[in-house]
Design a protein around this ligand. Structure first.
Ligand code: IVH
Length: 666
């Protein structure tokens, strides 16, 4: 066997074992044997790069190179299904089909409605060429690199009788077990939890780094074929054929002839769905024959030949024993019901959210009442109603708390917000801990620290605010339970490394109300240091693009608070970056120093961003709207008349792109 043949042979062999394991769930070799084959192939490919093939199973481990998701137009639009919720509507659907196809016998295919993310796969000559998300139905994101890592999706097809070109569509999802494992890991590393498997699958599919995707146990069921030369003229038979080519076609399909059979299918899965290892949210009914599908046709959004029946969210009825009030990291109060334990959709539920004071009043809930609970999109289930008939004479009205259960501060209610808040941002333990967790998180200072460790350091009084990180000592840590010499050293190193985190991320890390990642970026672009930012008036702040009154007010309040001022001083002393080092370095001149510009219209020589950058490089500042603070307006083509009027009224000079460039040269 030549090297090339050996490589080809290994690729085929591994593809077959992959299929046995991930599609058929019937492995025929041990993990160890599988790993050895894989290692052998990896080595051969490394030694012989001339035989590179993107479809080799070795590429399933993904790559560290950041993905960009190009937009791709779907060759056939990705339609949605119209939803129904009752048997009458199903019966109406069958009646409609009967009228559209008079005197014809119609065969239906019933399937489960998988609750994941839909995907469209294109195969050319038996190889996966492209994977695109649904997007807006017309065009979606090219996520091929990520999808290649999903083991149950064949990269190369088996058999020979597949069309040269075809599309197959299906649903990418996370089985329960994988989802729970992922959330357990996220809890460990202090990352926010995913609310449900669908969100987790969607989030994973959009990760930029495919080697990260490869670590998550995504799976994919296929349920729809499209193309010119499909082997059969019926949906069901084509899917069965696709199963032979290696696709994971779900086993729950059933051909039905009438309403009774469809109804039985619905009943069966409504009662059995909690036993499945993945989420479904209903069933789908499709006309089997393509010819009949064509005759029935389409509306603008969905086929007339198919319909979805959505299950009602499962509910359980149980007794409300007491109410706890949880204080979130932002100070928001959530009332949480302690319940008599009850089984709901496969798990035992003991606690459920009661949302807020208004909801409790609106639902007229009393202690000792029998309440309905439901699993929604959130992590913990919610109370959705009360059974008034079962109310006992010993039921007690709910007295909503007026003071924070953690720190005793009087609660407030901000205008337009449904929740009560504890305003003691700088002294209330869960809020302090929340700030610490946010500070160390990956997109902020990226100090690898689990929630539980923060808890421990907080309890021992070693941490109360984020400046405390920088005075932690190795010997203090070693004395604690979770730490060994090595882990203590790692933490100290990771804290040290955080001093190189950029100014915009430090600003985000401070956890100022309403200052998320994007806002922090915008602010850091306009204010090159914390001094400049803290000295800015609300008016100066709102003149920055995308900064509104609410954010400006929150910033002013933050910097007026003496505790925050002290904190910033300590961070500065510790050596944390509180100014834009890059910007000061790349300052080309100070010709525009102290001058504020507003850019309007489109330009010829440079793009808007280039012009903005030029202004900043020469010490000027970009504002988003014209105000008394504006010194110049740089106008391109089609500058808005409103801006022109305002400029005229305020007597602000309007200059052209050329004139701006002239100022820089002069
Ligand atoms: S068929 C033209 N079959 O439900 C019909 N869709 O609203 C194409 N879905 O976007 C879809 N399970 O993401 C079909 N067995 C199934 C499905 C299914 C889940 C999703 C799919 C689609 C949405 C329709």
């Amino acid at each position: 066997m030549t090297i090339e043949e050996k490589i080809q042979h290994l690729r085929k062999l591994i593809d077959i074992h992959n299929h046995n394991y991930y599609v058929l769930s019937q492995p025929t070799i041990s993990d160890f044997e599988y790993d050895s084959l894989m290692q052998e192939l990896i080595q051969l490919e490394k030694d012989h790069p001339e035989f590179f093939d993107p479809h080799s199973p070795t590429h399933r481990i993904g790559s560290d190179i950041d993905n960009t998701f190009d937009q791709v137009v779907h060759a056939y639009p990705m339609l949605s299904l119209s939803n129904t919720y009752t048997r009458e509507e199903i019966s109406d659907f069958i009646e409609r089909i009967r009228k559209l196809l008079p005197d014809q016998s119609v065969e239906y295919v019933c399937e489960l409605k998988y609750d994941g993310v839909s995907i469209s796969l294109t195969y050319e000559k038996g190889r996966l060429e492209r994977a695109v998300t649904r997007g807006d139905g017309e065009k979606g994101d090219d996520v091929t690199a990520n999808v290649r890592t999903i083991r149950s999706i064949p990269l190369v097809l088996g058999g020979h009788d597949y069309p040269e070109h075809f599309i197959i569509r299906g649903e990418i999802f996370l089985p329960h077990e994988g989802f729970e494992r992922m959330n357990r890991e996220r809890l460990e590393t202090g990352e926010p939890l995913f609310a449900n498997p669908r969100n987790a699958a969607a989030g994973t599919l959009k990760l930029q780094n495919s080697s990260q995707v490869a670590k998550r146990p995504l799976d994919c069921f296929l349920y729809f074929l499209l193309g010119e030369n499909l082997p059969y003229n019926t949906h069901y038979e084509n899917l069965m054929k696709a199963r032979e080519w290696g696709f994971k076609i779900p086993p729950h399909l059933k051909k039905c002839r009438n309403l009774k059979e469809i109804s039985d299918y619905i009943d069966h899965w409504d009662s059995q769905r909690s036993k499945l290892s993945f989420d479904i949210d209903g069933i789908v009914i499709k006309v089997n024959s393509y010819r009949q599908q064509q005759l029935a046709g389409y509306t603008a959004k969905s086929p007339r030949w198919a319909i979805a029946y959505k299950f009602k969210a499962e509910q359980a009825l149980t007794r409300l024993i007491s109410i706890d009030y949880q204080v979130g990291r932002t100070g928001a109060i959530t009332p949480v019901a302690n319940l008599q334990p009850v089984l709901l959709a496969g798990t035992t539920v003991k606690r459920a959210s009661l949302h807020n004071a208004d909801q409790i009043e609106l639902m007229d809930i009393r202690l000792n009442d029998m309440v309905y609970i439901e699993k929604g999109g959130e992590i913990i289930p919610k109370v959705v109603g009360v059974d008034r008939e079962k109310r006992q004479p010993d039921s007690l009205p709910v007295h909503y708390i007026t003071h924070c259960p953690e720190c005793g501060f009087k609660l407030i209610r901000r205008e337009g917000e449904a929740k009560h808040f504890c305003p003691n941002e700088t002294g209330c333990p869960p809020q302090l801990k929340g700030k610490l967790e946010h500070f160390v998180s990956r997109k902020a200072m990226d100090i690898g620290l689990a929630e539980a460790t923060i808890d421990q350091l907080f309890k021992h009084g070693l941490l109360t605010d984020c400046a405390d990180f920088y005075s932690l000592k190795k010997d203090q840590l070693i004395k604690l339970e979770r730490f060994a010499a090595k882990s203590a050293e790692n933490l100290i190193n990771s804290i040290e490394a955080s001093k190189n985190v950029s100014w915009e991320r430090v600003l985000y890390a401070l956890g100022i109300r309403y200052v998320g990642e994007t806002v922090a970026k915008k602010l850091a672009m306009s204010f090159s240091s914390i001094e400049a930012l803290s000295a800015a008036t609300a008016e100066e702040l709102t003149s920055v693009e995308e900064i509104g009154d609410k954010i400006a007010e929150s910033l002013v309040q933050y910097f007026n608070n003496e505790k925050n001022q002290k904190l910033i001083e300590r961070l500065k002393l510790a050596g944390v970056r509180l100014k834009d080092e890059q910007n000061t370095k790349t300052l080309v001149s100070d010709k525009l120093s102290g001058k504020n510009f507003v850019i309007s219209g489109t330009f010829h020589e440079h793009s808007r961003d280039e012009i903005k950058k030029l202004i900043e490089q020469h010490g000027g500042k970009n504002l988003s709207s014209v105000s008394g603070n504006t010194h110049y307006i740089v106008a391109g083509d089609d500058m808005g008349p409103a801006k022109r009027d305002k400029a005229r009224k305020l007597g602000i000079p309007i200059i052209t792109e050329d004139e701006l460039l002239g100022m820089l040269r002069g």
